[in-house]
Design a protein around this ligand. Structure first.
Ligand code: GRF
Length: 226
């Protein structure tokens, strides 16, 4: 029998606010027992988030912490969320379309254990409407980024990125669909790197195990060919 301490899978939560297609990609990857993260919880701040139904149908525990009753008290909302996460023994959090800005209180508590996917090649285009803004700016490459979360919005050490060419007929919708395909490939790979200990956050940098090991332990950048 294998040694459980060597093969222990990291108890992971996915936080969503809507459709949950990245959550589905993460759940599919984590369904394999060799995957280093075990997704044991999907939580949302939106009771009507479509992805919650998907998670329930997949037999994953869910938590709904509606932010509305908390009004402007972001920290009170986060304290409730944090308590639920800890009740499930969560060790790592993936934000996947979680549309609630987190305060430094929450981010500091989970520093190095909180990752996010953003639909642009950060540090370009933080914030919303990234695809329209990329087209407006006339960039030739756009893409997505998985990064450790820092208190500043859409900032933090970058774990992995996928670049996608911008084509002449692109609209924000068409471009977002091409990037979403890459998001679904990139996020599980990035989660595997973090949960498997191949990368970690140290200060403002991502340290890869390859820097200290002789084995090339990871592939931290994905650039699809075109
Ligand atoms: C994705 O584009 C993700 O990068 C961004 O929000 C969107 C969420 O989509 N943070 P989904 O809910 O995962 O389908």
């Amino acid at each position: 029998m294998s040694n459980p301490s060597q093969n222990r899978r990291v108890r992971t939560a996915v936080l969503i606010s809507g459709r949950g297609s990245n959550m589905s990609a993460l759940l599919a990857a984590a369904a394999g027992e060799d995957f280093p993260a075990n997704i044991v919880l999907v939580a949302t701040n939106r009771p009507d988030a479509r992805g919650i139904t998907t998670a329930q149908e997949a037999g994953i525990a869910t938590e709904i912490v509606d932010h509305k009753p908390f009004g402007r008290d972001r920290e009170a909302f986060e304290q409730t969320l944090d308590a639920r996460l800890r009740a499930h023994g969560i060790e790592l959090i993936c934000l996947a379309g979680f549309m609630r800005i987190l305060t430094p209180w929450f981010v500091e508590r989970w520093l190095g254990k909180l990752i996010n996917i953003h639909p642009s090649l950060l540090p370009s285009f933080p914030g919303t409407d990234t695809h329209a803004r990329a087209l407006e700016a006339g960039v030739r490459l756009h893409g997505c980024t998985v990064h450790f979360v820092e208190p500043e919005v859409d900032a933090g050490p970058i774990i992995a990125q996928a670049a996608v060419p911008v084509l002449s007929g692109d609209t924000p919708d068409i471009l977002s669909q091409r990037i979403l395909v890459q998001e679904h490939l990139l996020y599980p790979r990035a989660l595997a790197l973090v949960a498997g200990g191949a990368v970690r956050m140290e200060g403002r940098r991502v340290i890869t195990k390859a820097h200290t090991d002789t084995t090339p332990a990871n592939l931290a950048m994905a650039v699809p060919s075109f």
